[in-house]
Ligand binder design. Structure first.
Ligand SMILES: *Cc1c(COP(=O)(O)O)cnc(C)c1O
Length: 398
């Protein structure tokens, strides 16, 4: 199709990137082939020389993967996209392809656990150091800049406390520092937030979450300008091989078609649950950007289309032990919600961050991050909101 930027998001979500083979199939084909054949030695030579423009080998590129890349680039409003085998493979690829030993990174300290581990324990072994900052403190980003700072990294809203950071303001600081600004857009997806339009240079995705949206496959992606994605990231991915499989790309293409429908409905459900929890006597605090009580509510409403599908809430209790017991009672009382660390699924998932996703960090670091024993994270799905409420109420009534 004509990938005109004038098409609405919903049209791009079902149409952008589609490339038909000679069979004129309507639905996108899955090209499960590791390599591509050539008519002659001369053609092979020509195509290997210009491998950005031709399919030669699926570690470099593949038609189904290319369709997913083109569609996601259209949805994020970026020139180019490279898909990877997982969200973490996307983070590895962006750092390995744009930074080198001696470079410095400034990152939000409210990060997905494995991202934190990569920055603090893996990249540091290769001479890339990271300073972690409070993401909503703009002065802290500014103060952390050094002459060798080459990248800013942000997740917004944060996990699990849904802290919202000002993408546009941070992008100004990154630009002045000549640093690439990478935003992990996993929690919102492009259906709710488009960081490139707010000044980010690169959007990173764990496609495993809302882009698939049905808990089936792992995937990741990086979206940005051709200069960064094609000239810098692509040469790394084609050589190092953290490539997305054609099958997973096809599943993700189908996921993108229903992305905005799912995310908007899941967000509406989350808002209803958040309002109900906020009024519940057994609940202390509720963390959800769509609530007026959220400290960055105004910013969130400016930057995002809605509050999103993820919320956290804290059970009351006089001691940490009691708070944990109360939280676990709510989790164990559910019959619908899935007890799992994943999120972004059509099925509501429920997690106790202090003992799972954030269980391996020190109690001091956990306390500094505001993750108490009473905290529960809920990634709201597509079940009927009344059923989800009743599912939580069972453990909340004590
Ligand atoms: C899940 C997740 C990742 C990592 O993605 P994988 O696909 O599991 O590798 C990165 N960032 C955020 C915010 C995530 O939720």
């Amino acid at each position: 199709m004509d990938d005109s930027p004038n098409f609405d998001f919903d049209t791009l979500a079902v149409r952008a990137g589609t490339a038909r083979s000679d069979f004129n199939e309507h639905s996108e084909a899955i090209f499960l082939t590791s390599s591509f054949v050539f008519a002659s030695a001369a053609e092979a030579a020509e195509r290997f020389k210009n491998s950005e423009d031709y399919f030669t080998y699926s570690r470099f590129s593949n038609p189904t993967v290319a369709m997913f890349q083109d569609r996601l680039a259209a949805l994020e409003g970026g020139e180019a996209c490279i898909a990877t085998a997982s969200g973490m493979a996307a983070i590895m690829s962006v750092v390995m392809s744009t930074l080198q030993a001696g470079d410095h990174l400034v990152s939000s300290r409210a990060l997905f656990g494995s991202t934190l581990g990569m920055f603090s324990q893996i990249f540091s072994r290769f001479g890339i150091t990271t300073t972690f900052v409070d993401p909503s403190d703009l002065d802290a980003w500014q103060r952390a800049v050094r002459p060798e700072t080459k990248m800013f990294f942000l997740e917004t809203p944060s996990n699990p406390l849904t802290e919202v950071s000002d993408i546009e303001a941070i992008s100004g600081i990154a630009r002045a520092a000549n640093a690439l600004f990478v935003v992990d857009n996993c929690f919102c997806s492009p259906a709710l937030q488009q960081p490139l339009k707010l000044g980010a240079d690169i959007v990173m995705h764990s496609a495993t979450k809302f882009l698939d949206g049905q808990g089936r496959v792992l995937g990741g992606a990086l979206v940005g300008s051709k200069k960064i994605i094609i000239e810098q990231v692509f040469p790394f991915v084609r050589s190092a091989g953290p490539t997305l499989s054609a099958f997973n790309a096809w599943v993700l293409l189908k996921g993108l078609e229903t992305l905005s429908l799912r995310v908007e409905k899941q967000s509406a459900n989350a808002l209803e649950i958040a309002r109900w929890l906020e009024a519940h006597p057994a609940v202390g605090r509720v963390f959800y950007p769509g609530l007026e009580s959220h400290p960055q509510h105004a910013l969130a409403m400016r930057q995002q289309k809605s509050g999103g599908a993820i919320l956290s809430f804290e059970l009351k209790g006089d001691t940490p032990e009691q708070m944990r017991a109360n939280a676990w009672r709510v989790i164990d009382g559910t019959k619908i919600c899935s007890i799992t660390g994943n999120l972004g699924d059509t099925r509501t998932t429920i997690t106790h961050p202090a003992t799972t996703t954030h269980g391996r960090i020190t109690p001091e670091a956990r306390a500094a991050a505001g993750i108490t024993e009473g905290l529960i994270r809920l990634a709201v799905g597509l079940e009927h909101v009344g059923d989800i409420r009743a599912d939580l109420q069972r453990g909340l009534q004590g």
